[in-house]
Design a protein around this ligand. Structure first.
Ligand code: SF4
Length: 324
């Protein structure tokens, strides 16, 4: 049967298939807006597996979002391989949402989602210049002041080898601009250390960037040669030992930055969404990947309820407080 299923889809099983429909708790949901990717980052094989970007029609995406909100979802996590490219394949075609004409474009989608009255969080936003357009929506409270932008590296040479855009100086400039427009913005990013050919000096450049950028949430991966990735053919692969050492050094620095940033939130009252009794998240925390806000003061609050917490203590990634 395994051999058959390798070529044909499994027969429909109403029980397990239904379980597979929604794997998140009922109060948050992932909203996939597109599939595939037009970039060709040399460390990635997604485009060869899933093809070029195909955006879902905006009317269909909004219908799904509205249905999720009607079903009790309080937080929508917008995902795709490249959220900022949404609509590029259909030339930003105009669709309809609640009878209104709306363009198939990230900014327009964010405006529409912002009308639903729930948290809207953006993931996998490639650092294009037009990303700047959504920052005022964050400042205006339409969508969460949270941006997940994978920068991957800071050295111009490594970024070029990765076939990624942007330069570290431009990124720093834009971070400054985003923070001026929306001071409460949380920026999450991911980086790769030990990319083929990464020298000690280029790694140091990355650490300097990290220090200067003061990002709120950061993930770090050691370069791993995925079968079929173009980067595998590059010369001067970094040894496993050095990769591990660099990752540790990188994460130590980020731990200090994160701890320092979270300390500034002590004494502030923040809005949180309850995940479990005594455990919640603020706008700065995406589920599963970021920190948590642990609280005391009410056992009656249920998952999916919003409340206010006075922050009393902080650690490297989490906050602790009580309901006010
Ligand atoms: S890393 Fe992301 S942007 Fe780059 S090719 Fe893969 S899916 Fe596309």
């Amino acid at each position: 049967m395994k051999a058959v299923h390798a070529h044909l889809p499994k027969p429909h099983d109403p029980f397990t298939d239904l379980i597979g429909v929604k794997l998140t708790p009922p109060h948050y949901a992932y909203l996939k807006i597109a599939e595939g990717c037009n970039h060709r980052c040399t460390f990635c094989i997604i485009p060869s597996m899933r093809g070029d970007l195909v955006s879902r029609p905006i009317g269909e995406v909004m219908q799904e979002a509205e249905n999720l909100v009607k079903a009790g979802v309080k937080e929508l996590l917008v995902i795709s391989q490249d959220t900022s490219a949404y609509g590029v394949d259909v030339k930003y075609r105009t669709g309809f949402s609640s009878g209104r004409p709306v363009k198939t474009r990230m900014t327009d989608l964010c405006e529409e989602l912002g009308r639903l009255g729930v948290w809207v969080r953006l993931h996998y936003v490639y650092p294009y210049p037009h990303v700047d357009e959504v920052i005022p929506l964050m400042a205006g409270g339409k969508i969460l002041p949270y941006l997940d932008v994978p920068f991957q590296h800071a050295s111009a040479r490594i970024l070029k080898l990765m076939k990624r855009p942007a330069s570290a100086e431009k990124v720093l400039e834009r971070l400054k601009k985003w923070r001026t427009i929306c001071p409460e913005i949380t920026v999450r990013s991911t980086f790769i250390v030990g990319f083929p050919g990464e020298t000690e000096a280029e790694f140091e450049e990355l650490l300097e960037f990290l220090e200067e950028a003061q990002l709120d949430r950061v993930g770090c991966f050691e370069y791993s040669p995925v079968e079929g990735a173009a980067a595998n053919a590059l010369p001067d692969h970094v040894s496993e030992e050095v990769k591990a050492f660099r990752k540790e050094k990188f994460m130590n620095l980020q731990r200090n930055i994160s701890a320092g940033k979270l300390k500034t939130r002590i004494g502030k009252t923040i809005q949180v969404l309850v995940d479990e009794p005594g455990i919640s998240r603020s706008s700065a925390d995406a589920p599963e990947i970021d920190g948590r806000v642990y609280f005391k003061g009410s056992s009656r609050l249920k998952p999916g309820e919003f409340t206010e917490v006075l922050v009393e203590r902080s650690e490297e990634h989490d906050l602790y407080g009580r309901i006010v």
